[in-house]
Design a protein around this ligand. Structure first.
Ligand SMILES: N[C@@H](CCC(=O)N[C@@H](CS)C(=O)NCC(=O)O)C(=O)O
Length: 223
């Protein structure tokens, strides 16, 4: 299998971790979807990664959909609930995690615009979404070891890659450090989430899928 991925992408990391948890061998093709030499449009009409190229020529995209596809074709070890209530609970973790990532992405692109064109109100709106959704995830998680049930699974992939991305962005992008560590202060506000992600980051699948920064030309897209 081949995974088309971008170094800092939490979406790509989600798929990498799932593949490792399932012991499925794969290679990675690194791509920057905003650059002219990207290949994503050859595979995904939405022109974004991650994209998984399966063993039999399948082309699968959209991170949560890729996880569901893997579960269907490579069911062991199981990473998703099979009962309807469990699937609904998983969906809620997905909704909150995707909502947070959408808000982060909007902030990222807003910050890439010339300063005089940036909207403080728009960015504050995104920040409120992040604060609210993180609090809700913290409430749902409580002091459980895993987000859903007694075993590691898709809900942990969704939540864990978002929290891991917070730490990664705060380390690498000063403006996001200001947002996440100084204003949202999610580690101080939700020590249960901090303990949870610190535990998850020790899993071999997380350690082997650590994100890395690449030089990206956002301005070329939004300016
Ligand atoms: N909802 C998508 C989001 C994927 C996404 O935003 N990927 C970024 C890279 S981290 C991308 O390819 N962006 C290019 C674009 O949106 O045009 C998923 O879960 O796979």
């Amino acid at each position: 299998m081949k995974l088309i991925n971008n170094g800092p992408s939490p979406y790509g990391r989600k798929v990498m971790i799932a593949l490792r948890e399932k012991n499925i061998p794969f290679e990675i093709e690194w791509d920057i979807p905003w650059h002219k030499d990207t290949t994503v449009h050859h595979y995904n009409p939405l022109q974004q990664l991650p994209i998984l190229l399966g063993e039999n020529g399948e082309v699968v995209y959209e991170s949560s959909y890729i996880l569901a596809w893997l579960e269907r074709h490579y069911p062991l070890p199981p990473l998703a609930p099979s009962d309807p209530d469990g699937l609904l609970q998983l969906r809620l973790f997905q909704v909150l995690s995707v909502g947070i990532m959408d808000a982060i992405t909007r902030i990222n692109f807003e910050m890439a615009r010339p300063q005089e064109n940036q909207s403080r109100e728009w960015m504050d709106r995104q920040e409120r979404k992040i604060v609210g959704a993180v609090a809700e995830i913290g409430r749902l998680l409580g002091n459980n070891e895993f987000a859903l049930g007694a075993e590691f699974g898709h809900a942990d992939l969704e939540v864990g890659t978002v929290l891991g991305h917070f730490d990664f962005m705060a380390r690498n992008i000063p403006a996001l450090n200001e947002l996440l560590d100084k204003r949202v202060r999610w580690r101080q506000q939700h020590p249960n989430l901090a303990a949870y992600i610190d535990r998850l980051e020790q899993r071999p699948s997380f350690l082997a899928s650590a994100p890395h920064m690449v030089q990206m030309d956002f301005q070329a897209v939004v300016a």
